[in-house]
Write a protein that binds this ligand. Structure first.
Ligand SMILES: Cc1ncc(COP(=O)(O)O)c(C=O)c1O
Length: 438
């Protein structure tokens, strides 16, 4: 289907607040339709969407079950204040409780991941009233509100710094870029001891929470060993500190388990969720342990914090993830992808490292495998040439590493589509090597 957009309207895109450096560039695609792992532009051209938009269509786009549930809800009630109940709020809560790890049975809702992270921090501060610090990891990404930006890696030229609260960013282990040639076990030991030193000597006053992404997403797809997460859990228990896991990106099947907490077999005290839960509708929130005090009325109440349409979509989406066993598909397809990328790396020297798990797939492109200097130009070219060939790859443009290619389609993607996306990637890397672009 072709959608006609006159040139004057197209110009308007440049005035949008979500204008990005690629606007006006041919690689900025105008989306008019989406279904499953595919999207279409205004000329009717089809693309494989291996970004799942913001790694957020865990269930393929516009799944009919989600669309029907949202339409049915629209006919009943679209807006309810958080201090009222709706049947769909209760249905979703029961469903989420049935899949939440351990005693994470209290659920709070909002519309965006950044607000969910703020809700998690507020709950931690409420439960540790004498403590005012929250420790986060260097390279973390927790969102784009003023507070969550301050909790993330330092944003270049951050104009919001003047009103940012203070967080303490603590080093974390990195298996691909270990410090001083240490083994990952030594890195884990060092970083855990730095974390404990920060708690005992690095801050004035108590620490309410340590907040981490179980698998670091936007800060470089860094996967920590279980021993590191277990170490953080033990430190929290020793010091009476709450452990917050930000599962906004890792939740709802992306790691091949429903949550990264299941993947690692470790339970945080508070866990955020967002992205994949709503089947494309905005929804986020937190799971909190039964042992924590809850918010009192007015402490966390947002006008649209209870959005029945997104909740109906989420009920359909989460049921579909369970019924279609998309965790198993994510594991199977992720293994296929990482294995193919591993084989490719024997021929394509640009590939420095291949990472999983499941459909949290990425590879780092490097100019040289010994120095591991990021091949940032090659990464943007993969994105650009992918668009030309009808495949949308994820590309990291964040601090430090702009060299990551992310392969994160919806979890119901087929092996045929995955094989095609990898063949195109292989072809593009071949061209870049021939043209000496890194
Ligand atoms: C781990 C993590 N936390 C928080 C967020 C922020 O979510 P949102 O963009 O919905 O505010 C993101 C988004 O990428 C994320 O990956």
């Amino acid at each position: 289907m072709t959608v006609k957009i006159d040139p004057q309207t197209a110009e308007l895109a440049k005035t949008s607040f979500i204008h990005d450096p690629r606007a006006g560039d041919k690689s900025k695609v105008m989306l008019t339709k989406a279904l499953g792992s595919r999207v279409w532009d205004e000329t009717g051209r089809e693309y494989l969407d291996f970004t799942a938009q913001a790694w957020s269509n865990n269930l393929g786009a516009n799944d009919p079950r989600v669309v029907e549930a949202a339409i049915a809800q629209l006919r009943e009630i679209t807006h309810a204040r958080p201090n009222f109940n709706t049947p769909v709020l209760l249905e979703l809560t029961a469903l989420l409780r049935s899949i939440s790890p351990g005693d994470l049975n209290r659920i709070g809702y909002c519309l965006h991941g950044s607000s969910a992270v703020e809700m998690a921090m507020k709950l931690a501060l409420k439960n540790r009233p004498s403590a005012k610090h929250i420790l986060v990891l260097q390279d973390a990404y927790h969102g784009r509100s003023v507070t969550t930006m301050a909790a993330s890696w330092p944003h270049p030229k951050d104009p919001f710094h003047a009103i940012s609260p203070t967080f303490h960013r603590v080093p974390h282990p990195d298996a691909y870029r270990p410090r001083l040639g240490m083994s990952i076990e030594q890195e884990v030991e060092l970083c855990l001891s730095l974390m404990e030193d920060t708690i005992t000597k690095g801050v004035d006053g108590g620490v309410a929470a340590i907040m981490v992404e179980p698998i670091m997403g936007n800060g470089g797809h860094i996967v920590h060993p279980k021993s590191y997460h277990q170490g953080l859990r033990d430190i929290c228990d020793r010091h009476g500190i709450l452990l917050i896991w930000d599962e906004i990106q890792s939740g709802f099947g992306r790691t091949g388990e429903m949550f990264a907490a299941d993947y690692y077999g470790i339970q945080p005290d508070i866990m955020t969720f967002g992205k994949g839960v709503g089947g494309g509708f905005p929804l986020a929130g937190i799971f909190a342990s039964d042992k924590l005090d809850e918010f009192e009325s007015g402490e966390d109440q947002l006008t649209f914090g209870h959005f029945p349409v997104a909740m109906a979509a989420a009920v359909a989406c989460v049921k579909a993830i369970i019924e279609d066993d998309l965790c198993a598909n994510a594991r199977r397809l992720g293994d296929f992808a990482t294995q193919r990328l591993g084989e490719m790396s024997e021929r394509r020297k640009l590939i420095g490292d291949v990472r999983g798990p499941a459909l949290f797939v990425s590879c780092e492109l490097v100019k040289d495998r010994t120095t591991k200097e990021p091949a940032t130009k090659a990464a943007s070219e993969v994105y650009r040439r992918g668009v030309e060939r009808g495949v949308l790859y994820g590309e990291s443009r964040y601090l430090g590493l702009g060299n990551l290619i992310k392969i994160k389609p919806p979890l119901d993607c087929t092996q045929q589509d995955m094989a095609h996306a990898l063949d195109v990637f292989d072809e593009i890397l071949g061209e870049l090597e021939a043209e000496n672009i890194a």
